[in-house]
Design a protein around this ligand. Structure first.
Ligand code: PCA
Length: 219
């Protein structure tokens, strides 16, 4: 049976919750016939990737998807690429704040996600929820976890596919933020993750009912 490992971060940056883990823990045990294993991981440059590595060694998943909060984004975004750079605007939950350093001296400059990014976005949209491809996971802990995961899969677990999804703020987080701050309800977020994972398990080109959408950014 296909196994999908889905991780979500703990709260950081003064927030009381991290919608990533809150939505991940709402996922069903089975998606498209695959077994779903969920895990909370720390928002920390060292302990975050280490927790993912241990879970991969323990659970031997076929697919690994990490989920993080991207406050300010308005929709689910499936990340296309992770870069070999840590540039932390704020310290992580362990007080670590790397500035302008490589994540792995021996790693590639970047790794592309090996999950079907476009098909996942299309499946979320086909079910009436907003989703986009993102071409940057930032330079903080989320990019680091995605980068280390893809490095690890490339070297030690060929055949295991991996990637990353960013989610907006949950509605409750925006109560004390400026008018217009985007948010999404946790049930909608969990459903969107479920549709994205469904497409990842399905695997094929899966361009969705609406056909291959035009993706990309002009800036
Ligand atoms: N988001 C942060 C780190 C943890 C999280 O949920 C990020 O985007 O880097």
């Amino acid at each position: 049976m296909t196994t999908v490992l889905v991780t979500g971060f703990d709260p950081f940056g003064g927030e009381k919750v991290n919608p990533a883990y809150e939505a991940v823990r709402m996922l069903p045990d089975r998606i498209a016939g695959a077994r779903v294993i969920t895990l909370e991981i720390p928002t920390a440059f060292t302990r975050g990737p280490a927790a993912v590595e241990r879970a991969i060694e323990r659970e031997r998943p076929d697919i690994v998807i990490s989920v993080g909060q991207a406050g300010g984004r308005s929709a689910i975004t499936v990340e296309k690429v992770a870069v070999n750079l840590a540039e932390a605007r704020i310290p992580d939950n362990d007080g670590e704040q790397p500035m302008g350093v490589a994540l792995r001296e021996d790693g590639d400059a970047a790794y592309f996600a090996t999950i079907p990014v476009e098909a996942m976005v299309m499946n979320v949209r086909d079910h009436g929820l907003p989703a986009f491809v993102s071409y940057t996971a930032g330079t903080y802990v989320c990019n680091s976890v995605m980068y280390h995961m893809l490095y690890l899969l490339d070297r030690r677990f060929p055949g295991v596919r991996g990637g990353f999804i960013h989610v907006p703020y949950a509605i409750g987080q925006t109560v004390d933020k400026p008018n217009g701050t985007p948010s999404m309800s946790l049930p909608d977020m969990a459903k969107a993750l479920e549709y994205a994972i469904e497409a990842a398990v399905g695997g094929g080109a899966g361009d969705g009912e609406s056909g291959r959408a035009v993706m990309g950014e002009t800036h």
